[in-house]
Design a protein around this ligand. Structure first.
Ligand code: MOS
Length: 740
């Protein structure tokens, strides 16, 4: 199918607004008499507040109020009809509701002043005395108490065991068993979490928030403050990165709305970079993978155990072990997922939640098995290729992973790799090659969209979704222009406004498929209306044609078989005497789709150069070959994979949130000490999109790309470091002290 816009490389339609600074972020909106809040956080990890002394703070000129649990109004019980879209099981913690301290860096007071600097200074004068209790923040000290949680309903369930993995492992001639450790990581989007609440003259609140889901935040605030939905509107037209941290309403939005409600004026609350380390995080995990194989490399047993951390008040679960049960052909598989409770805040999804962690352990274990078997790591995977989803017993809607292996291997010149470590060098540099498999769910969830065409031919399409940097604005504009046959410059896509048609949070790589399908449905609705109008014209050139017989192109509706039979959109609108034609639609996955296993796959190849004397690691090359259905926009798609790969490099080599167990708090809470990749760390990254024609996965045939890019990168790098040095590192990040 030739298309005008879908599949064509297209620069971001929101790019000019972003580079010129015209795009505004949550903390950049202004209001008359805007007050500023500064958060005071807990210095201890567990206990109670015995006293908050705000007298000195209140004496500072310009301070309006110090909100604490002692003086905020009692809120109505949360509206039971509201459920957080991405809220794990448990009791979500609400700030300033009682004097209990559940984690270090918990917000305990909000100082509100006429000016940010005044609020910050006054916050330093608030004195808090505590009744301190012993805290536990160390996974190892409570691992024996790990429990099987109720898996969060929105996740695919933990697969049931198949066969007898313990027996098969005992009988396996070749065995590989090891433990893997991943630390806590914190999201570090450039844009800090912040909220500006505009207190409107009639008492309604207009809330500019940094979030991945405006309607979720609207429901949350209404539930907590007891407002009806028409009194709170939430906007987030631009988001400076979020990576999962914006899937749940964070405490600054609650505090800003609460302060506006109490003070009856506009309030802004922005967190500092240090305070961002008091929000959610990727949970620390302990994992153990046991593989059994026949001498020919056939897998005969897989056991994957994982223990993740959560808070004392919510059971955050993620899909750490799910892909292990489906990725390879094997008759005896047991996966097992547990949690331990610590005195920390609840973890939250971070790019490829669960899967990025689980695939690290599995794909390192596969590499270790390849070494034991003297088999090439790619051959080992091809020899255990799963033609159907091993966990669900279902066919894949499409799976071109074999081509990812082949094309990725070619691109990195895999054939030069020597199985024996320390075999390839360039002067002082040991060169290593490693690879891994990636997989991520290709979901579609219910979403809605609206299409409005004006008499002068301008098209506005809208949905309450988000664009967290992923390219939603651009891709939806392309889809709408394509379907309506209008120039892309005549199309505007609106998002990030709770008053727009229903959309879920932007997450889990489901937005292009979900909102895109809704946009397609809304456009199809509009097309139907336009065809009917065109056929009301006297002696209509389209008389007798059905929807399938016509196409929309060049601002016209025309017969597919006879180009001369055409009616312009303008004429059709005039026939109906319409100034605006409006079409709403929703899209949901069908039972037919659900009969198939739907996943994006990838093969990641890495080349590292390790300094033999210093242990420093340079990632000289990553090749990521991705099979993700139809690529709607190769430009933004490539950006998604590049970003994911950079995340993977950070995960492998740099990122680690260090807990000081004495204080139960993260101590490297700044960019000085929490390292993320910078330009100097990033060298060649090649992205290959492997063709996949998929009419089943969703109406657009596109699979998500937001997460697949990170999956497998850390394992490919760990495997490459082994190939370079002979040192097997199973605990991330791979720093030079572990290499030497
Ligand atoms: Mo994603 S971690 O669901 O934003």
């Amino acid at each position: 199918m030739t298309t005008a816009y879908i599949g064509v490389p297209t620069a971001r339609v929101d790019g000019p607004a972003k580079v010129t600074g015209e795009a505004k972020y949550a903390a950049e909106y202004h209001a008359e008499t805007l007050a500023h809040g500064y958060v005071v956080t807990s210095a201890i990890a567990r206990g109670h507040i015995t006293r908050i002394d705000a007298a000195a703070a209140l004496k500072v000129p310009g301070v309006l109020q110090v909100l604490t649990h002692e003086n905020v109004p009692r809120l109505p019980p949360p509206d039971p009809s509201y459920a957080e879209e991405v809220g794990p099981r448990g009791t979500p913690y609400r700030p300033l509701q009682d004097g209990t301290i559940r984690f270090s860096a918990q917000p305990l007071a909000l100082v509100v002043a006429e000016d940010f600097g005044v609020a910050r200074h006054a916050a330093s004068l608030v004195r808090i005395t505590y009744d301190r209790a012993d805290h536990v923040t160390e996974l190892d000290s409570v691992r024996s108490q790990a429990f099987v949680p109720h898996q969060w309903e929105i996740l695919p369930p933990v697969p049931q065991p198949r066969g007898d993995a313990i027996k098969a492992l005992a009988a396996a001639p070749i065995k590989c068993e090891a433990e893997y450790r991943l630390p806590v990581e914190h999201h570090n989007p450039i844009e800090l979490f912040g909220t500006t609440v505009v207190f409107e003259a009639d008492g309604r609140l207009t809330v500019y928030d940094k979030t991945q889901g405006v309607q979720n935040v609207q429901g949350y605030l209404c539930s907590l403050l007891g407002y009806s939905k028409d009194r709170i509107r939430v906007l987030a037209p631009f988001v400076g990165g979020a990576f999962g941290l914006g899937l749940r309403p964070q405490y600054q939005v609650f505090l800003a709305a609460l302060a506006a409600h109490v003070l009856q004026r506009s309030v802004r609350v922005t967190l500092t970079r240090q305070q961002m380390f008091g929000l959610g995080y990727r949970p620390e995990t302990w994992q153990r993978v046991s593989l059994g194989a026949a001498p020919d490399g056939r897998l005969t047993a897989i056991i994957h155990q994982a223990v993740g951390i959560t808070s004392q008040f919510e059971d955050y679960t993620e899909k750490t072990v799910q892909s292990t049960a489906r990725l390879y052909q094997c008759d005896n598989v047991t996966v097992d997922y547990k949690l331990v409770r610590l005195d920390l805040c609840t973890p939250i999804d971070m790019r490829a939640p669960g899967t990025a962690i689980g695939q690290f352990a599995l794909e390192c274990a596969m590499d270790e098995l390849a070494v034991k078997l003297h088999r090439d790591p790619v051959d080992l995977r091809l020899g255990n290729y799963a033609a159907t989803d091993q966990a669900a017993g279902a066919p894949f809607s499409s799976k071109a992973l074999h081509n990812c292996y082949r094309l990725g291997a070619e691109r990195i010149h895999w054939s030069r790799r020597k199985p024996e470590p320390r075999s390839l060098r360039d002067g002082e540099m040991l060169i290593g090659l490693g690879m891994a498999t990636g997989i991520y769910d290709a979901l579609q969830v219910p979403a809605s969209a609206r299409c409005e065409l004006t008499a002068d031919g301008k098209l506005t399409v809208s949905s309450a979704t988000a664009d967290i940097g992923t390219g939603t604005y651009t891709v939806m504009t392309q889809v709408a222009a394509e379907l309506m046959g209008v120039p892309i410059d005549d199309v505007t896509f609106r998002l990030g406004d709770s008053s727009l048609p229903q959309a879920p949070v932007e997450g889990d790589s489901f937005t292009a498929a979900s909102v895109g399908s809704a946009v397609k449905a809304a456009c199809e609705n509009a097309r139907g209306q336009l065809i009917a109008l065109a056929q009301t014209i006297d002696e209509s050139p389209l008389a007798g044609l059905r929807a399938d017989d016509v196409m929309f192109a060049n601002r016209q509706i025309r017969s597919r078989s006879d180009r001369s039979r055409a009616v312009s959109l303008r004429e059709a609108m005039r026939a109906g005497n319409l100034e605006v034609l409006r079409a709403d639609a929703s899209a949901s996955p069908t039972p037919q789709q659900n009969r198939y296993a739907r996943f994006s796959h990838s093969a990641v190849f890495a080349e590292v150069r390790v300094d033999e004397d210093l242990g420093t690691i340079q990632v000289s090359r990553i090749v990521s070959a991705v099979a993700a259905g139809r690529i709607l926009n190769p430009t933004t798609a490539r950006s998604q994979i590049l970003g994911g790969v950079v995340w993977g490099i950070g995960m492998a080599l740099e990122e680690e949130s260090v807990l000081d167990q004495t204080f139960g708090r993260f101590i490297n809470h700044s960019f000085g000490e929490y390292h993320v990749p910078v330009n100097a760390d990033i060298h060649g990254i090649d992205v290959i999109f492997v063709e996949e024609f998929d009419e089943i996965v969703n109406p657009l045939g596109a699979k998500g790309l937001g997460e697949i890019g990170v999956v497998g990168v850390a394992s490919a790098l760990a495997n490459a470091v082994f190939n370079a040095t002979g040192v097997r590192i199973r605990r991330l990040p791979i720093t030079l002290d572990k290499v030497l």
